[in-house]
Design a protein around this ligand. Structure first.
Ligand SMILES: Cc1cc2nc3c(=O)[nH]c(=O)nc-3n(C[C@H](O)[C@H](O)[C@H](O)COP(=O)(O)OP(=O)(O)OC[C@H]3O[C@@H](n4cnc5c(N)ncnc54)[C@H](O)[C@@H]3O)c2cc1C
Length: 307
């Protein structure tokens, strides 16, 4: 395990670029590192918090009075189409590296920032593809009991932006096996590049945000009908886009301090410079209130509010 450091700024480790310091902080590259870090924290009766790529978290302005265990290192191997990857592995890097070896199928996930562990916890997805479509097994550690368990896909309880691990945050995802498919390396590389370009074209990339701040809620039938008529598209699973609700409720472009509900994607709450976590939370509260008033729908946060 690397040295445990004190008062480490967390903002640069998050895509929001917001938040205070970690009282204690350590980079980990293996299960052994994680176990040592937990032991260290337990001996001192200090809480610990897991951080991956930092692309779906909001760190409070006052920082975290805890040991932040930061999963780092791109450690993976692919054999016969099965990718075995450490949870800290960067998702885009894995997609690109597997393509070079002639394995793919998951190119629509290219450009989703963050780690494979983070992607599994939130069942990350884009353009109709989700990480669950590729998961064979997830290995996770229960820090209280020390148990390491292999979860097959069905046991992960995946659904839209949801998994067993989101409901049971005490489990730490260590690694995963993913089923990939034989692909032409050049074609796979091209598909991944096209996906990233499409994301850039849609202004989904390179913004100081945490991606979609709220999940797309299941909406009452009449709201679904209005959405479908207005947009000319079918709702998936009775859900309507949170961005559409936010825009229709008049909150597109709403600001609090340095935080704005994006003009391109109102469900992206963006740090347009100097935003604090308090700004983001106040803006989120205002949006929730307006959406609730207009539609009687409660928006739930997709981004994890660390505390
Ligand atoms: C510009 C932008 C675009 C985005 N687009 C998309 C998109 O298209 N689709 C999509 O689904 N998401 C999108 N996101 C959100 C984000 O990229 C995903 O949720 C991503 O999978 C989070 O992974 P991470 O490693 O960054 O997690 P983090 O932000 O580090 O952590 C998120 C949560 O997961 C927990 N966690 C992280 N690693 C582990 C682990 N190993 N074990 C247990 N818990 C863990 C953390 O404690 C935290 O609660 C976007 C984000 C940004 C900034």
């Amino acid at each position: 395990m690397q040295e445990i450091r004190e008062n480490v700024p967390l903002a640069p480790l998050t895509t929001f670029d917001i938040g205070g310091t970690a009282r204690y902080f350590v980079d980990v590259r293996s299960e052994t590192d994680i176990r040592e870090a937990i032991l260290w924290a337990n001996e001192r009766r200090i809480r610990f918090i897991i951080l991956g790529g930092g692309s779906n978290v909001l760190v409070p302005d006052e920082g975290l009075d805890a040991l932040v265990i930061h999963l780092v290192g791109n450690l993976y191997g692919v054999k016969d189409g099965i990718l075995d990857a450490w949870a800290g592995t960067n998702l885009l890097l894995a997609i690109t590296a597997c393509a070079q070896q002639g394995f793919g199928g998951w190119e629509k996930l290219a450009g989703i920032p963050g780690s494979i562990g983070g992607a599994i916890r939130g069942n990350a997805g884009a353009f109709g593809s989700e990480i669950k479509d590729f998961v064979l097994m997830v290995r996770a550690l229960h820090p209280q009991t020390g148990e390491v368990r292999d979860f097959k896909n069905a046991a992960c309880d995946f659904s839209y932006r949801h998994s067993f691990f989101k409901d049971n945050p005490e489990w730490i995802i260590l690694r995963t096996s993913l089923q990939l498919y034989n692909v032409d390396p050049e074609r796979s590389k091209q598909l991944a590049q096209e996906t990233v370009l499409e994301r850039e074209r849609r202004h989904l990339q390179n913004v100081k945000a945490a991606g979609s701040f709220f999940m797309n809620p299941i909406a009452p039938k009449q709201v679904v009908e209005v959405f479908e008529t207005e947009k000319g598209v079918k709702s998936r699973e009775g859900r309507v886009p949170a961005g559409w609700l936010i825009e229709t409720a008049g909150m597109k472009g709403a600001t609090v301090g340095g935080a704005i509900a994006s003009l391109q994607h109102p469900n992206y709450l963006v740090n347009r410079g100097g935003a604090t976590a308090a700004n983001i939370l106040e803006l989120a509260a205002k949006i929730k209130a307006e959406v609730s008033k207009r539609f009687s729908i409660t928006l739930d946060e997709e981004a994890a509010l660390l505390r």
